[in-house]
Design a protein around this ligand. Sequence first.
Ligand SMILES: Cc1cc2nc3c(=O)[nH]c(=O)nc-3n(C[C@H](O)[C@H](O)[C@H](O)COP(=O)(O)O)c2cc1C
Ligand SMILES: [Mn+2]
Length: 489
Amino acid sequence: MQFVTYKDLRGFIKQVDELGALKRIEGADQKYELGGITEVAAGAPECPALLFDRIKGLAPGVRVFTNATTTPQRAALALGIDPDLKPLDALKVWMQRRQTLKPLKPVAVKDAAFMENSTTGRKADLSKLPAPHWHRKDGGPYIGSGSLVIMRDPDGGWINASIYRVQVHGKNRVTIQFDHPGRHGAIIAKKYWDKGQSCPVAVVNGQDPALFIAGFEYLPDGQSEYDFAGAIKGAPIEVMAGPVTGLPLPANAEIILEGELLPMSKLTLPEGPFGEFTGYYANDARPCPVMEVKAIHHRDNPILLGSPPMKPPRFHFGLPFRAASIWSNLETSGVTDVTGVWQHVAQLMTVVALKQRYAGHAKRAALIAAANSYMGRLVVVVDDDVDPSNLADVMWAVTTRCEPSEQIDIVRNAWSSGLDPRIPEDAKQAGVTSHSKAIIEAVRPFHLKDSYPPTSALTQEEAREIEAKWGGVIGGKAQKTKVSKRKRR
Ligand SMILES: Cc1cc2nc3c(=O)[nH]c(=O)nc-3n(C[C@H](O)[C@H](O)[C@H](O)COP(=O)(O)O)c2cc1C
Ligand SMILES: [Mn+2]
């Protein structure tokens, strides 16, 4: 089954435009202005996607596209899910579909749009391509903020295609940054380096959003993100072998760099600092592997997909995909009656909603969610009458159903990362990348469930019915809901 109807990034931009969610901007500066405009727009209630053209210092037609999938609506569109669904319903559709997706291998094609313009060797010059300074204290310009890095595992032959940031250091040099040595890209590169070889690599900029989403997924080693992107689309990714590396490259991508990632024993360059998705800088400049760019290919009037990290709640994806994974984890662990899972503050807070059936049910769900909440200090469980995607509702539950002395637990030494701004520098130096997580049971205590004061609020369904009937008068935005549609039948 084909889920999406866009073929490439251009096709997606057209669909965003048709939704009325695209703004075109001319004359902005790559130095701080593109990043600033992107961040301000992403903070607006109806955050538009932005297509920058006539960028200062670049030829007209060389464009940058940002805030691609930052709203629930556009994240749904990227997955081929009805963009008018309520965000939690859209996430549920994705969660369920993801469980049964069948990886689809890419197909080889003879012509690639990215070969419309191709330069190799000394003529390859990155300065003609966009590479914004996204945030004020960044250590340099980045061509790759949402770009895919392609490598082939020398043992298994499978292709890894994940997102790692790419800083530009000169006309034919970039660095590729792995957050930690467990990244597939880092593992693969090390296999070549250990044999004294450079690692063939390609950086794909301006790929379609299915590839962007696949590049963010935690897939097991050996499973290609290309196959997962094919599954998301319901149609295989079309690839052509890169002339320099032989790596399969998405034929309709906008800008592709081919070259070699040099062994770190041979050369490193200081990378960063770079503003992180927490809204902070995590490190000073650090030595990083260098890619020697041997060829640059790009379409006519190419479009860079830019996805700079920004201060939360802004995030690359308007649907919290990792909350969908946690939702699946809960279901496969046998936790019943989960009515929703969401993440707020750019994944740093996880909320589980459930219909309590037994004492300990809420805590059981919370512990599983906490175990799988990367960098999240707050895990909240709410009853099923609360919409976990609505932060105001969640805080209402926290302030009216949670007695802190009884319903908050602290789990110590749990999963965080070196990007965590609250872990002191000396602890990080000593290798500490864990933190503690607060589990907040914002549910009616199970034994008081039936005697708890009744709420005066409309149920979610009642509120939706009012919106459907009176939304035109009161200005509420009527969104489709799976629930009410089912009820009407
Ligand atoms: C916009 C964006 C930028 C990212 N930047 C980096 C990065 O610079 N370094 C990194 O290691 N991971 C980065 N990530 C996270 C990885 O892409 C993600 O964890 C992926 O699952 C890793 O894939 P792998 O298991 O194939 O290594 C980024 C993710 C997104 C969405
Ligand atoms: Mn991978």
